[in-house]
Design a protein around this ligand. Structure first.
Ligand code: FAD
Length: 424
């Protein structure tokens, strides 16, 4: 075997994307250091833990495509798919969510004509969307299906829960169709921090050095700068948001990356996350708003995130791209929804956290830029790559972060393509 020096790789950001990139780089034989600005790893996937409760940062559901990538990285996840007492609210009334043609036929929420049109929608999901849908907005797609009134609002609610986006006039229909076909999500036992911990353990097992409280100030090909410290390297993966990546790269950021960071529309949500000693009511386990862009779900019914008898409930409001949030009003609205489904919840409260506008996804995949095809590729310049939910043409949310992390690791690793693994 030919001897050559071990690739020194630095990963900036210790969220799931950064940790996945570190695992991939180390698996390819690189000497890897992860630099995380915060005192803890995990980024947006971190959870709060106390009194036996694990509370994610807002409602988090693991999509099967993301789980497959985690499995490939050696991370196994358990937890169940929400499957019972799933409801939606339309015109002030609560109905079971139809999950297929039979339950759609028996639904009391829609007229026969609406059911026929929704059946066409159901038939179009679960298979790869035609290429033409990438540049169509969700609104145009639903127009094409002839969906109006309550059936239209129900379909839009389905798109919101599947994509987190409340932007039917902008979101690419291909993205919506793909996500709607991935309904078998899992609520994760032990909270999403368990995914972070497992990735970190896997990375450390492969010899990765992980540094927290290590905020990177700037990056250039061949070096990463922290306060009072410069680290030489052969490869860098910036697993941070687009604006941060551009500011760290400074003059090395290509114009196309700058333009993308400037124009990207962030996807945000208000959320109320509560831990209760007991559930006032056993059902419903999920309520989806069709009249209003709301979500409420008892995550502890499907994942081990609460002690015996206790419950964790996540409520959310999907924000439109330019929506201004009145934090007090948003909180009141979510608390009122909770009171409606779990009357007297305050008497059982252990812990509550409210966030008026959390960043769920850095860049809405818009129809005008071809959906996910409009996102930047992982490789920025030789030896420098980016990763995150805004990078690459694969998937959404965590799946996009993980898929782009693997692409970034591959793009900066000279040995991964054709060379044998380095001998030290
Ligand atoms: C309310 C909410 C609900 C969500 N629901 C879902 C869901 O249901 N399903 C799903 O798949 N995804 C969901 N997500 C998204 C999911 O959490 C993210 O996709 C995932 O955590 C992104 O990981 P990441 O590593 O790309 O980015 P992040 O988690 O944002 O990690 C980036 C890291 O980089 C660090 N960093 C930044 N700048 C620097 C610097 N200069 N130096 C060093 N470190 C730096 C940050 O501190 C952070 O730790 C949700 C997110 C939110 C907020």
């Amino acid at each position: 075997m030919r001897r050559r020096h071990m690739t020194r790789a630095i990963v900036i950001g210790g969220g799931p994307a950064g940790l996945a990139a570190a695992v991939a780089l180390a698996s390819e034989g690189a000497s890897v250091t992860v630099l995380e600005a915060d005192r803890e790893l995990g980024g947006r996937a971190r959870h709060w833990e106390g009194d036996g409760y694990r509370i994610n940062l807002g409602p988090h559901a693991l999509y099967p495509q993301a789980e497959r990538i985690l499995n490939g990285l050696g991370v196994k996840v358990t937890g169940r798919t929400p499957s019972q007492d799933l409801t939606f609210e339309l015109d002030g009334r609560t109905h079971p969510i139809p999950s297929g043609p039979l339950s759609l036929l028996s639904s009391g929420a829609f007229s026969l004509a609406e059911k026929m049109r929704l059946a066409r929608l159901f038939a179009s999901i679960g298979k790869p969307p035609p290429a033409s849908l990438a540049t169509q907005t969700v609104a145009e797609w639903l127009d094409g299906l002839g969906l109006t009134g309550g059936a239209r609002r129900f379909a839009e609610a389905g798109v919101r829960i599947a994509t987190y986006a409340n932007a039917p006039e902008r979101l690419s229909a291909a993205v919506a169709v793909r996500q709607l076909g991935s309904a078998q999500v899992r609520y994760v036992d032990g909270g999403w921090g368990g995914i972070v911990d497992a990735l970190a353990r896997r990375a450390e097992g492969l010899g990765v050095t992980i540094r927290t409280r290590a905020k990177v100030r700037s990056v250039e090909p061949g070096a990463v700068h922290l306060e009072g410290e410069a680290l030489a390297c052969d490869a860098v993966v910036l697993a941070v948001g687009p604006k941060r990546a551009v500011s760290l790269l400074g003059a090395h950021a290509p114009a196309s990356l700058r333009a993308f960071a400037e124009e990207a529309a962030p996807v945000r949500a208000s959320h109320l996350d509560v831990a209760l000693r007991a559930l006032p009511r056993a059902r419903p386990s999920l309520v989806l708003g069709a009249d209003r862009p709301l979500y409420a779900s008892v995550h502890s019914s499907y994942a081990e995130v609460a002690p015996e008898g206790g419950a964790v409930i996540h409520l959310g409001r999907y924000l439109a791209p330019d929506e201004r949030v009145d934090p007090a009003a948003a909180r009141r609205e979510l608390e009122a929804v909770l009171e409606q489904i779990q009357p007297g919840w305050r008497g059982h409260l252990v812990h509550a956290r409210f966030a008026p506008a959390s960043l769920v996804m850095h860049a809405l995949p818009e129809a005008r830029s071809g959906g996910v095809a409009g996102r930047p590729a992982a490789l920025v310049t030789p030896g420098v790559a980016v990763a995150g939910d805004w990078v690459g043409d694969t998937g959404l949310l965590l799946e996009a972060s993980l898929a782009s992390a693997l692409a970034a690791a591959h793009a900066v690793m000279p040995l991964s393509v054709s060379e044998p693994r380095a001998a030290v």
